[in-house]
Design a protein around this ligand. Structure first.
Ligand code: THU
Length: 129
């Protein structure tokens, strides 16, 4: 989608990354996304002394999506502590898929890719109907 301002999304993801609570891994992550009503939302990882309870940045993003009014994710950018593009973990691909479906675009080092490419044959709400 040519109208997506990827530079702005990446900047917002970096701002979110700077807010991360990652005292254990020391690996802050930030994510920003464009919602179908035009708003920009973001999230960061929030770790826990019980390591397995860590919330990835994408969890925080999805909470922000719902708390700020819902909608569908159109485009997303994840960054690591250096501000480089980050590949979302498997669980987070599932989270993004739930709220953006196959058409959600994710920025990768090879350019934007759809969730259909990032999570092929993904399990989603349609599979429950
Ligand atoms: N992390 C994310 O926030 N998102 C991902 O997609 C991959 C991993 C976080 C979890 C943990 O706080 C840190 O990165 C190191 O794994």
């Amino acid at each position: 989608m040519s109208s997506i301002n990827w530079d702005n999304l990446k900047s917002e993801a970096k701002l979110a990354m700077a807010k991360a609570y990652a005292p254990y891994s020391k690996f802050p992550v930030g994510v920003a996304a464009l919602v179908d009503d035009g708003r920009i939302i973001s999230g960061c990882n929030v770790e826990n002394a019980s390591y397995g309870l860590t919330l990835c940045a994408e969890c925080s993003l999805v909470s922000e999506l719902i708390m700020s009014g819902g909608g569908r994710l159109i485009a997303a950018v994840c960054v690591d502590k250096n501000g480089d593009l980050l590949s979302p973990c498997g669980r987070c691909r599932q989270l993004l898929f739930e709220h953006g479906g196959e058409k959600l675009e994710l920025l990768t080092p090879e350019g934007p890719k759809s969730m259909a490419e990032i999570l092929p044959w993904g399990f989603g709400p349609k599979d429950l109907s």
